[in-house]
Design a protein around this ligand. Structure first.
Ligand code: ZN
Length: 584
């Protein structure tokens, strides 16, 4: 049973969508809408639109009402998103037995993960987990740290965890969905996904165990194995230990390379450390960090892989609007090694190098020097040109001016010449960025909408009239009676549009707001397609003339003879009878 309509209606009325979204991103008014940088994909020019009752991103197709927004940004299921908004508005959630198989599965995965984390933790301190505990001890982790992070050990057995969880009442399907178990090759039964590894639980911001990372204790590959994406976990959208880091109140995060760095930096007293999960940093993770921080200190290893990762992370973090500093650790050590090498002074020494770290532009200008021979004129010109390119990417004019001044002094070149070069490059960058984004928008949106609505290409004419009619209907529910005098759901040629029409006319006839319950009644893709239609027609005034024109097209398309392939024997004999009649 779902929530009463009246409750959802009040919930939405009391949680103004622009107000809720403004807690996550900054919105600017543009005409009747508000726009901002999409929190769900990386972008430089805003394509995220907030309307009176819904949001729609022209870049990635993310869309929905205020409930869908909270579901997406807080990684909550429907029920918890409703609770979240009710709490925000000081409303009581009516008692009900809301039930939905996806919500149940998510709940079961959370429970299975929690049981698994307990199982791994207990195994670590048992004789079976000795090899894991020895490993953590060698890395000088204290018992308190092991407990704090809930570290564990997955026994070197095919079915230890699966058997244990099935004994606790979990179904094999649930364990597969949680990615704790995988199907046997033979197809019969399941085996453990993590075996013979020390385990790092990944915990979301509400304290749910959402996934695991595991490091193998032998020389086998892969060294690190992470949970695949599941209904409760997206690797590209989560960060290790953000649940700890978000509470420090420092507005700065230390971005480390892996689990062990984060943990050892934490043990040294820096709780604001996070790491991406076994993959290169993504723009989603950068947006996520922006919600909790203004400044990121990149603490990657000094080796080549670490430096490459640094170079890749800088533009992503900059695009998210974060200030960046790059830690340079003496003697090419990683943070863990550095802290340990200083013994009891480790924490203080680490703090000192954080404070001494330069920003990302200094870091990159410094790195560039190695590519040029500055003792020759050609080398100096080449270096300055490369610097101009780098500075052209900086958005703040004040910041740009600082580097231009520094370089012009140091190399005794005219500041104006340097500025001219930079401005040309920067204008070209802007044009290219815009073009690239537009291309991306088009291809991504087409991808999503094709998946859910293939017919829009084959039934172009009817789909377009049906879209326009639906938009009109939602904005003017009173027009339903008039529309129904001429057409019914049967006249719709596009089956998705037909479903929308049936859904909305059913709700309007029952005296309900057409969009009130949309988060519960449609899938993400179905919702996205519909909000795309509403956004397309938002601000376009639809006159009675355009409405009747659409009705006329829908009716005509519905009565048009179909392809012979679609015709029944009866259709064909009718057609022949007509042709004979016409001949006479
Ligand atoms: Zn987007």
């Amino acid at each position: 049973m779902a929530f009463p309509e009246s409750f959802i209606y009040e919930l939405k009325a009391r949680n103004d969508i622009s107000e809720v979204i403004s807690n996550y991103i900054s919105l600017k008014r543009r005409g009747r809408n508000r726009v901002g940088l999409c929190p769900f994909h990386g972008e430089k020019t805003p394509s995220f639109n907030v309307y009176d009752d819904h949001f729609y991103c022209f870049g990635c197709g993310a869309s929905g009402d205020v409930i869908s927004f909270v579901m997406k940004i807080e990684n909550l299921d429907y029920l918890d998103a409703v609770r979240f908004l009710a709490q925000r508005a000081g409303m009581e959630v009516p008692d009900n037995s809301y039930d939905n198989s996806m919500n149940n599965l998510r709940k079961r995965i959370f429970e299975a993960n929690r049981e698994a984390a307990r199982f791994y933790y207990r195994t670590l301190t048992s004789p079976e987990g000795r090899v894991g505990l020895d490993y953590f001890r060698r890395r000088m982790l204290t018992d308190a740290t092991i407990r704090h992070f809930g570290l564990g050990y997955a026994p070197d057995s095919w079915t230890a965890l699966s058997d244990y969880l099935i004994g606790k009442g979990f179904k094999p399907d649930e364990l597969i969905a949680a990615n704790l178990s995988v199907k046997r090759r033979s197809g019969k039964g399941v085996i453990d996904r993590f075996r013979g590894r020390v385990m790092f639980p990944i915990i979301d911001l509400r304290g749910n165990v959402i996934a695991f990372g595991g490091r193998i204790m032998t020389n086998e590959k892969p060294k690190y194995l992470n949970s695949s994406d599941t209904p409760v976990f997206k690797k590209s959208e989560n960060l290790f230990s953000l649940n700890n880091a978000k509470n420090t109140g420092s507005r700065a995060l230390l971005l480390c390379e892996g689990y062990m760095d984060v943990i050892s930096v934490n043990q040294a007293g820096f709780q604001n450390a996070v790491a991406s999960l076994g993959t290169a940093l993504t723009s989603e993770q950068a947006s996520l960090m922006k919600r909790y921080a203004d400044e990121i200190v990149i603490c990657y290893d000094a080796d080549e892989a670490g430096q490459k990762a640094t170079a890749r992370a800088i533009p992503l973090l900059r695009d998210a609007g974060l200030n960046i500093r790059v830690l340079s650790i003496p003697n090419g050590k990683d943070p863990d090694e550095f802290i340990k090498s200083k013994g009891a002074d480790g924490p203080a020494a680490f703090k000192a190098i954080i404070e001494a770290s330069g920003n990302d532009v200094d870091y990159r200008l410094q790195k560039l020097r190695a590519d040029f021979n500055l003792s020759t004129s050609e080398g100096r010109v080449g270096y300055l040109e490369a610097c101009a390119k780098l500075i052209a990417d900086i958005k703040s004019p004040i910041e740009r001016d600082i580097y231009v001044s520094k370089l012009s002094k140091k190399f005794e070149v005219d500041k104006n010449a340097l500025n001219l070069q930079i401005n040309n490059l920067s204008n070209r960058n802007k044009r290219e960025d815009r073009r690239r984004e537009m291309r991306k928008i088009r291809s991504e949106l087409n991808g999503t909408n094709d998946k859910i609505d293939k017919e829009r290409h084959t039934k172009l004419r009817s789909t377009s009239a049906e879209e326009s009619l639906l938009a009109h209907l939602i904005n003017n529910p009173d027009s339903l009676k008039a529309i129904k005098q001429y057409i019914s759901a049967e006249d719709f040629q596009n089956s998705l549009m037909k479903r929308y029409f049936e859904y909305f006319s059913g709700r309007i006839e029952s005296g309900l707001d057409p969009l009130n319950n949309i988060a519960a009644d449609f899938s993400d893709d179905e919702r996205s397609r519909m909000y795309q239609i509403l956004s397309k027609y938002s601000g376009i005034s639809q006159t009675p003339q355009s409405l009747y024109e659409n009705i006329r097209i829908i009716k005509a398309e519905s009565e048009r003879p179909k392809n012979t392939a679609d015709m029944t024997g009866e259709d064909i004999s009718k057609l022949f009878a007509n042709m004979k009649k016409n001949k006479k």
